[in-house]
Write a protein that binds this ligand. Sequence first.
Ligand code: SME
Length: 163
Amino acid sequence: MSEELVIDKSLTIEKQYEELIVLIKNFFNATDNAISIMANLTAILKQNIEKISWVGFYLSNGIQLYLGPFQGKAACSFIELGKGVCGSAALSQQTIIVPDVNKFPGHIVCDSDSRSEIVIPLIDDDDKLIGVLDLDSTSLNAFDETDKKYLEIICNYLVEELF
Ligand code: SME
C-alpha cells in the first residue's frame, strides 16, 4: 500500500473526513494488529489534516495512561487518570475540546507550541476505558463539533473492530 494516501483539500471538511474514514477502513483489511492500525491511523490523520501538530493514542493499563502510537514530537510517557486533558477525557469518558490550552487548568505541556487540542476517549461496549486519541494544534480554536463528530466515528469504529 502506498504511503501517499492524501485526500482532496478542496472538498468540504465533512467530505474530507468521509474520505479519510474510507482510507482508514482500508487498514483494517490489511491486519488485525491494533498497534499497526493505530500507528497508520495517526499517520493518515497527520498527513491529511494540516492543523494537526501532534496526534496520538494514550492507552489504559488499568491504572494510568501510557503513550501509544503517535505522530509528532516526543511526548510524556504516562498520564494519570483525571490529569491534563487526556486524563480528564479518560476519566469522564467524554470528548473534550480545548480552544485555548492555557485556559485549561492542569493542561499537561508536551509541546510548548501547542495552543488547542481535542481528546476523544476510546470506550468499549462494557464502558471499559481502552485509551484516548489526542490531537494538538499550534493554532487557537483549531477543533470544533465537526472534528468531534468525525473523530468519534473513527474512534468508535476502531474500538468495535479491535477491542
Ligand atoms: N496536552 C495533553 C498531554 C499530551 S500531549 O499534548 C501530547 C494533556 O493535557 O493531557
